[in-house]
Write a protein that binds this ligand. Structure first.
Ligand code: NCD
Length: 313
């Protein structure tokens, strides 16, 4: 590969189809690396990756850290709870400080939509968005697309139902855009209080019931209710939500017999997804986690490699 370095990954909105496909193809190589007995290559030796997480994370933070380490980069994690943010430092000063330490890649998760863009315009390092408020979560969408491609062979022509808190979910926004660009037919479903106020959103049809959305679907993606982003109660009780919108065995029968079930995590078992579905044969939830490391290796590699450097070198 002799293409240009990736200088930022802020959202699917500004990602071309060819760059998305380049990331997915590169991740194939790194998936093999993560399955070897020795899961490490020297590719990014001497490069520095800094993870700055202003919001809670298990999968995303750990997989960026593992991805960097498996590529032999030096990886530093800044936990905001123990950083100078607690002493009143602004985001801009924190990042200028990190940049002065000559990071090659800064990975950021922040509650404010647009924070990664703000940084990317001010630092030398490549900036990767690990989730900004209700805006975008591009690496999650890429790992989801990668998982679908692994399981189904290709994405074009598939019907994907994304169900749950569509209005507040950055995962829904990024996935809807990416899967459409890659040729899938995407449907969005959720209770009216958790839906955007349009009959179409990001070019996808919007349903206020789950049943018609999952009818014949090849992929059913369930989302958590983003309690932390809600001002008040948007439905009577969690039990009521599970009864009307939860994915259970009866509802899943409407989907294609070979359909797969996805969830970005963290799951609220018994609310948006029943235990036997989360742990059942159609669930690819842990495959998504495995894909996450490979996708993030691909992204870090494309951001930090030397000109002319090839995968595995
Ligand atoms: C998602 C996120 O943080 O947006 N989680 C993740 O990155 N795996 C989804 C969520 O929190 O519901």
């Amino acid at each position: 590969m002799s293409e240009e370095r990736l200088t930022r990954l802020l959202g699917i909105e500004d990602l071309s189809r060819s760059t998305a496909e380049r990331i997915l193809d590169t991740a194939e190589v790194f998936l093999d690396v993560t399955r070897r007995p020795v899961r490490k290559v020297p590719t990014l030796r001497g490069k520095t990756v800094i993870n700055v997480f202003y919001e809670a994370s298990t999968r995303t933070r750990t997989s960026f850290e593992l991805a960097g380490k498996r590529l032999s980069a030096d990886v530093v994690n800044i936990s905001v709870a123990t950083s100078s943010t607690k002493k009143g430092e602004t985001l801009r000063d924190t990042v200028a400080t990190l940049d002065a330490m000559r990071a090659d890649v800064i990975v950021i998760r922040h509650a404010a939509s647009g924070a990664p863009q703000y940084l990317a315009d001010r630092v030398r390092a490549a900036v990767v968005n690990a989730g900004d408020g209700m805006h975008e979560h591009p690496t999650q969408a890429l790992l989801d697309a990668f998982t679908i491609r692994q399981k189904k062979g290709s994405i074009a022509g598939l019907t994907v139902a994304i169900c749950g808190d569509i209005a507040h979910s950055r995962v829904a926004r990024s996935n809807a855009q990416l899967l459409r660009v890659l040729g899938a037919d995407v449907r969005l479903a959720g209770p009216r209080t958790l839906l955007p106020r349009h009959t179409r959103f990001l070019g996808c049809p919007v349903y206020d019931r789950i049943e018609p959305a999952i009818e014949g679907a090849d992929v059913v993606m369930m989302l958590r209710i983003q309690q932390e982003r809600l001002g008040g109660a948007v439905f009577p009780t969690l039990r009521e939500y599970a009864r009307v919108f939860g994915l259970n065995r009866t509802r899943l029968e409407r989907a294609h017999p070979d359909s797969i079930v996805m969830h970005p995590g963290p799951m609220n078992r018994g609310v948006e997804i029943a235990d036997d579905i989360a742990d059942g044969p159609r669930s690819v939830i842990l495959d998504q986690v495995e894909s996450g490391v490979a996708i993030r290796m691909a992204i870090l590699y494309l951001c930090a490699r030397e000109p002319g450097q090839t995968v595995g070198a």
